[in-house]
Design a protein around this ligand. Structure first.
Ligand code: FAD
Length: 386
């Protein structure tokens, strides 16, 4: 399946307003605290109440369930603006929105009515639990089980690196209901307060310190049969569908980090002098900045195109993979250049670029590594050869 680029899309004033709202909140509520939160590895729980009050947490939840009813392009703009100040906050919101969107698209009416109002207009945060110690890129190898027992399922297993896991009110979790491989997997909407769910370990990480990542143990957790999302055996395709849309968020997150690198690099290159001139006067510095600005534009256009395709109901999976692949590669590369432009200062915590450098790397790994994005793109061109 080859997707053709959408007709040129425009960012409407309404969509821009969502981005501006996120930018204002990030400037007011995150920027003054982020250096400390990063040092403390602190998940700023109270921030999400404020983001919820502003409508950001329910950004793509339909209005009839209490959400803002915005589209994916608005969502991408908001995630980019949050990531420009803090990539950790951006991924908390992105994973939350990914689950809300999956429930809106894939859930039945009872599940939508139960969960969407909470996720749109209360303090409830959502999480996603697919990865296991023995199953990452190869998610079809997952081993956690869901055994049918009367009008319930009993969940057992270990889920690794669950974003938002310690704070989530609801988790979309994938468990094996029968048989090997992809078709033996089912998806469930799990209330995290259920007995038998334990946060086993909060993961210490290189970056995105304000994002919570944890391992969850499920020991004989009884969920009602109504927790099944879709049909038995469709869980992996539901998870992949959620991740496909989620990649728009990660592309936007990487774009935001890139924008922050450019802002910091331009300011420093004008300010810092060497050999009697601002360092921006040296081509060795100014060309790095020129390339950064060009790749930022390209990352933005790819992310917005994927969002616009999704909003117009066209196939967008390939566009989302390309956007994530490009934006994450560019963010990682230019975060390193931003540190280089700052010289020794860039390596210290006096300037934020060392944080951008640490934060950028994860965008190449989660929600499908760069290699997996390349597999998806190559397969669309070469079929089973790739
Ligand atoms: C901070 C953080 C947050 C996360 N949040 C979540 C979450 O909320 N929910 C969740 O379920 N998971 C989450 N994850 C897990 C994440 O999605 C996985 O780490 C990722 O999918 C890669 O899986 P893996 O780490 O097992 O690596 P592996 O799959 O073991 O891959 C190792 C290396 O081999 C490469 N590789 C594997 N297969 C191929 C192939 N076919 N072709 C080429 N190269 C290949 C990979 O690209 C990678 O470079 C998170 C991870 C982190 C670190």
């Amino acid at each position: 399946m080859i997707e053709t680029p959408a007709a040129l899309f425009e960012v409407t004033p309404e969509q821009r307003a969502v981005g501006d709202l996120a930018r204002d909140i990030a400037a007011r509520e995150i920027a003054p605290h982020i250096a400390q939160w990063d040092r403390d590895h602190r998940f700023p729980r109270e921030l999400f109440t404020k983001l919820n009050d502003a409508g950001i947490m329910g950004i793509i939840v339909p209005e009839r369930y209490g959400g803002a009813g915005s589209d994916y392009l608005s969502y991408a703009l908001a995630i980019e603006e949050l990531a420009r100040v803090d990539a950790g906050t951006a991924v908390t919101v992105s994973v939350h929105a990914m689950i809300a969107s999956a429930i809106a698209r894939l859930g039945n009416e009872a599940q939508r009515e139960r969960y969407l109002p909470q996720l749109a207009a209360s303090d409830a945060i959502a999480g996603f639990a697919l990865t296991e110690p023995g199953a990452g890129s190869d998610a079809a190898a997952l081993a956690s089980t869901a055994r049918r027992d009367g009008d319930a399922y009993v969940l057992n297993g270990r889920k690794q690196w669950c974003t938002n896991g310690s704070y989530a009110a609801v988790t979309m979790g994938m468990f094996r209901t029968g048989g090997d491989g992809a078709h033996g997997i089912s998806a469930f909407l799990i209330d995290n307060e259920l007995e038998g769910i334990v946060v086993e370990r909060v993961t210490e990480k290189l970056g995105i310190h304000t994002s919570n990542t944890c391992d969850l143990a499920f020991d004989d957790v009884r969920v009602p049969a109504s927790a099944l999302l879709g049909d038995e055996g469709t869980g992996l395709s539901m998870a992949l569908s959620a991740l496909t849309a989620g990649r728009i968020g990660i592309a936007a997150q990487a774009t935001g980090i890139l924008a922050a690198c450019l802002d910091a690099s331009v300011a420093f290159a004008k300010e810092r002098e060497a050999f009697g001139k601002p360092i921006g006067a040296f081509e060795g510095v100014s060309f790095k900045i020129a390339q950064m600005a060009t790749d930022l534009d390209a990352a933005r256009l790819l992310a917005y195109r994927a969002a616009a395709l999704c909003d117009s109901g066209q196939p967008f999976a390939l566009a989302a993979s390309k956007a994530k692949l490009f934006a994450s590669t560019a963010a990682r590369k230019h975060a390193a250049e931003a540190v280089q432009i700052h010289g020794g200062y860039g390596y210290t915590t006096e300037f934020p670029v060392e944080r951008y450098y640490r934060d950028a790397k994860i965008t190449e790994i989660y929600e499908g590594t760069s290699e997996i994005q390349q597999v998806i793109i190559a397969r669309a061109l070469l079929g089973r050869l790739a």
